[in-house]
Design a protein around this ligand. Structure first.
Ligand SMILES: [Zn+2]
Ligand SMILES: [Zn+2]
Ligand SMILES: [Zn+2]
Length: 385
């Protein structure tokens, strides 16, 4: 009995250490060796001129030292010889590192690209730059969460992920942003602020960003990988609805009638009402928003405990699985995040900006977020076996 308690204790401690390590990997606060604050997209320290590189397997942005051979680099705390991603000196300005011995030219994030727009066009170069910044943020988070990320272009044609960044031809058919069988297609004009904002108004959306598109579309990809044909499929149908309902009809109904008037009581966004798949993709995207913004806040020392915002915290009655071993941690995460969002929204208003997080979470939406977290955790636990 004593041994059992001891091993349970060890297991819990290991889980906590794992959570702390993961929170650190998810955080976006980095320091140069000179002490200067660094940001995720930086390639050079503005204070000491050091070359910077992002280590995707560590989730760290670090100052580099020249390596043993020209074009190679060393990172603090690591013995591997590294090299730059070939997209470093391109409009993508990729700052990710890879093993020097890797025969591939591009990093794990850039290897996911199947098609990029023609860079002869100045607008395309500008769009692509913004797209890659958002995509690296997406991919770094997927890796930090322990989710499978492999290129469908080169490494895993069956189950991998890849991107086509396309521009609609003048007068030709519009490129539709979406996901199909591991391919995420993005209309590159989503990177044009004026055009995206116009679209946001036309669609009456409170929020439309490149990162939001990526998180939503990759949610469809992970549905195929983690829900379809797994033990999660039936629980998914009970919570989100039956995805075998006709998508074409759902689209038509949404177009003709709009979302149900009381959608906010059960869904995270009006778009989520369209079909169980969209509800899942929206819930997935919001889970990614919550985890990223909370880890970033914590990385900069912003703690919900120090915030004096009165919120009504969500309790176990809001959960999908109140008895799950991670249920109380999930509630802490969500309630802490809610407090921080109250402040962020007020800060945005102080600057005359739109709300930082323009959504209100209902209990059923929270249950769906917990479901997403359980699927993510399960995938990670299986990857470790
Ligand atoms: Zn520096
Ligand atoms: Zn790269
Ligand atoms: Zn979708």
């Amino acid at each position: 009995m004593q041994d059992l308690l001891q091993s349970l204790g060890n297991e819990l401690e290991a889980q906590r250490a794992d959570t702390r390590a993961r929170a650190k990997r998810l955080s976006r606060s980095y320091k140069c060796r000179c002490g200067a604050q660094l940001f995720f997209r930086n390639t050079k320290c503005l204070t000491c001129d050091a070359q910077l590189g992002y280590l995707p397997d560590d989730g760290r942005l670090v100052a580099l030292q020249p390596g043993p051979r020209p074009g190679t680099w060393l990172a603090p705390g690591r013995s591997d010889v590294l090299k730059f991603c070939a997209n470093r000196n391109s409009p993508a300005a990729c700052n990710w590192m890879m093993y020097a011995a890797n025969p591939a030219e591009h990093c794990i994030a850039c290897r996911l690209n199947r098609t990029i727009p023609s860079l002869d066009d100045a607008d395309n170069a500008r769009y692509w730059s913004a797209i890659e910044i958002a995509k690296r943020r997406l991919v770094s988070q997927l890796l930090a969460l322990g989710l499978p990320v492999r290129s469908k272009v080169q490494e895993d044609p069956e189950q991998g992920l890849m991107f086509d960044f396309l521009r609609s031809p003048p007068g030709g058919p519009q490129v539709m942003t979406g996901h199909a069988n591991g391919l995420i297609t993005l209309n590159v004009e989503e990177a044009d602020d004026a055009k995206r904002e116009k679209m946001r108004h036309a669609m009456r959306e409170p929020y439309r960003t490149l990162l939001g598109h990526f998180r939503h579309e990759v949610g469809h990809y992970y549905w195929d990988r983690l829900i379809w044909n797994t033990k999660w499929l039936e629980p998914f149908r009970q919570l989100f609805g039956d995805e075998r309902a006709s998508y074409a009809e759902a689209l038509k109904r949404n177009y003709e009638q709009g979302p149900p008037a009381d959608w906010a009581r059960s869904y995270i966004s009006s778009y989520a009402t369209m079909h169980p798949w969209e509800d899942w993709a929206e819930s997935w995207a919001h889970y990614m928003h919550v985890v990223d913004s909370l880890a970033t806040a914590m990385g900069f020392g912003l703690d919900a405990e120090d915030i004096e915002a009165d919120i009504v915290p969500f309790g176990r009655d809001a959960l999908y699985a109140p008895d799950d071993p991670n249920a109380s941690r999930f509630l802490e995460l969500l309630n802490g995040w809610t407090e921080i969002m109250v402040v962020c929204n007020e800060l945005a208003r102080s600057m005359g900006q739109p709300d930082f997080y323009p959504f209100v979470m209902s209990k059923p939406a929270v249950a769906k977020l917990q479901f997403v977290q359980m699927v993510v955790f399960q995938s990670r636990a299986e990857a470790r076996l």
